[in-house]
Write a protein that binds this ligand. Sequence first.
Ligand code: SAM
Length: 195
Amino acid sequence: MQRHYAIIGHKAPSSGNLNLNDLPGSGRIDVLVRAINSALFISHGIRKDTNITLHLQGGEGPDRRVFFDGEILAGVRPDERSIAGQIKAVMKLPIPPIGQYKEITQGIFHSGGDISDTINSWKNEGVDINILDANGRDISHISKKEKVGIILSDDSPFNEKEIEQFTEYEKISLGEKWLQGHSCIAISQYIFDKL
Ligand SMILES: C[S@@+](CC[C@H](N)C(=O)[O-])C[C@H]1O[C@@H](n2cnc3c(N)ncnc32)[C@H](O)[C@@H]1O
């Protein structure tokens, strides 16, 4: 089962200089880094069946998407500083046009665009799209599919525009308590592994 994760960084700047000593103060990049770690890293390896798209939708200027493809990813260690270092390098580059993914290092690509563009490409690829939401339907009802897509937010709630975009998709819940995004990813990976 191929897993596609998308996390929306509402405050994460798409360009500029990233201070590796203050990831929380840099638009909560720490939240995105932990999401990458939970999605892609297992003990002594990388999940080849998983990719994750970070949506850097904060700061000035156009949005940027950074795509980490577990199938081919190499040269990234699971520690937060190493992952953040990769994001820092991406943020210095000009943003490619929307939909045109440019490879930066093996398994890391970037493009312009926001979550609506990711949704469109998932639809074209036949990904079954789901929104992580504590008020949704319990995840135990999810069935096995070839390609599952999971959208989650950073530390902020989805905004009105996003909620509007998400109306047609299944909301899946991991319980009533609101958890941190990376924990949600780890739990969902466990559940997908068991399907
Ligand atoms: C730290 S939470 C965001 C909390 C934020 N205050 C809110 O109200 O959305 C980050 C994301 O994790 C996901 N999430 C957190 N708890 C969840 C739960 N119990 N079930 C499903 N998704 C959850 C949601 O996608 C949420 O946007």
